[in-house]
Design a protein around this ligand. Structure first.
Ligand SMILES: NC(=O)c1ccc[n+]([C@@H]2O[C@H](COP(=O)([O-])OP(=O)(O)OC[C@H]3O[C@@H](n4cnc5c(N)ncnc54)[C@H](OP(=O)(O)O)[C@@H]3O)[C@@H](O)[C@H]2O)c1
Length: 278
């Protein structure tokens, strides 16, 4: 599979291998309190985001549901329904199928939702969740932090392939073998920490490129991800930064600048080192 076409608007989607579409741009809500999450989700949806990324681990699924409902019942959400917004959550501990189903139902109950658009296995700890999809509780199933070896194990089991693999991807951490393996299997890449958590905003190359296009370092990071065909889910609890991060559809990084940014890869780990997950 080649990299998907670069999305042209905040509403743009990529087609997944299960035939469904996923918005290429979303809001991540890791490390946000309930109050921050409710506000950020509402602000993001008002700004045109159509995709929210939460997890059982983040302990804010309820606030995501609250923010979604607040938006849908506000003037900004007029004419829209739950089906217009793509909500992802993630399973924390993958044990038996029954335990997985119980956790998924608990996550849905906390969020006050009937289904998630995407349910991810947060880390490669074995097992399959495809029954949850057949039961209609999750419309697509994906994985997170899966290595090429983990994907090969799915192939060996003869299981359905996940629609996405969410891994850390930004100019300073390119995980090229992971990307190649996902592409080989037709799996979309979803970039967590697409801003590298702001750790390299002052890098001279980032600053120079940002200045050249009249954009911010955060926007350069996100545009780099989109031009590689990744789904990007930047986290921000600030209304201004939520709006700023989405303003990345009016410029294109040149091939030479993409190469320059690609060359920044230093294997920068911003959270867990996914190459150590077995
Ligand atoms: N699957 C996994 O294992 C995994 C792991 C980590 C993260 N994730 C997901 O990926 C999402 C994003 O990753 P992340 O939260 O780790 O990191 P990130 O999105 O790369 O960076 C977030 C940080 O950047 C700041 N920020 C956001 N926009 C900014 C801007 N325009 N200018 C300056 N600073 C800005 C945020 O602060 P403010 O909030 O103050 O703006 C926050 O400190 C998470 O929220 C989560 O949904 C998944």
């Amino acid at each position: 599979m080649a990299a998907p076409q670069t999305p042209t608007s905040l509403a743009a989607t990529y087609r997944m291998l299960d035939g469904r579409d996923i918005p290429a741009f979303g809001l991540g809500v890791w490390a946000m309190s309930d109050k921050q999450t409710r506000a950020a989700v509402t602000w993001a949806l008002e700004a045109g985001y159509r995709h929210i990324d939460t997890a059982e681990w983040y302990e804010n699924e309820g606030a995501v549901g609250d923010g979604l409902r607040a938006f849908l019942s506000s003037p900004a959400g007029a004419g829209m329904t739950r089906d217009d917004i793509f909500i992802t959550s993630k399973l924390m501990h993958n044990r038996s199928y029954d335990d997985t189903l119980a956790d998924l139902r608990a996550s849905l109950a906390r969020a006050g939702l009937d289904y998630f658009d995407m349910y991810l296995l947060h880390a490669p700890t074995g097992g399959s969740m495809m029954q949850a999809k057949r039961d209609g509780l999750a419309r697509s199933i994906g994985v997170s932090n899966f290595s090429p070896k983990h994907l090969q194990e799915i192939v060996a089991r003869g299981d359905e392939m996940p629609a996405v693999n969410q891994i850390d991807l930004h100019p300073f951490m390119r995980h090229q073998e992971y990307v190649a393996s996902c592409r080989e299997h037709g799996i979309l890449l979803e970039a967590w920490a697409p801003l590298a958590r702001g750790l390299r905003f002052e890098h001279p190359v980032i600053e120079t490129v940002a200045e050249k296009y009249g954009k911010t370092p955060a926007q350069v990071h996100l545009r780099w991800g989109l031009q590689h065909g990744y789904i990007v889910i930047p986290k921000s609890a600030s209304r201004n930064r939520i709006i700023e991060n989405a303003d990345v559809f009016d410029f294109a990084l040149s091939a030479a600048d993409m190469e320059q940014l690609d060359a920044l890869d230093e294997g920068l780990t911003t959270d867990w080192d996914i190459t150590k997950l077995d």
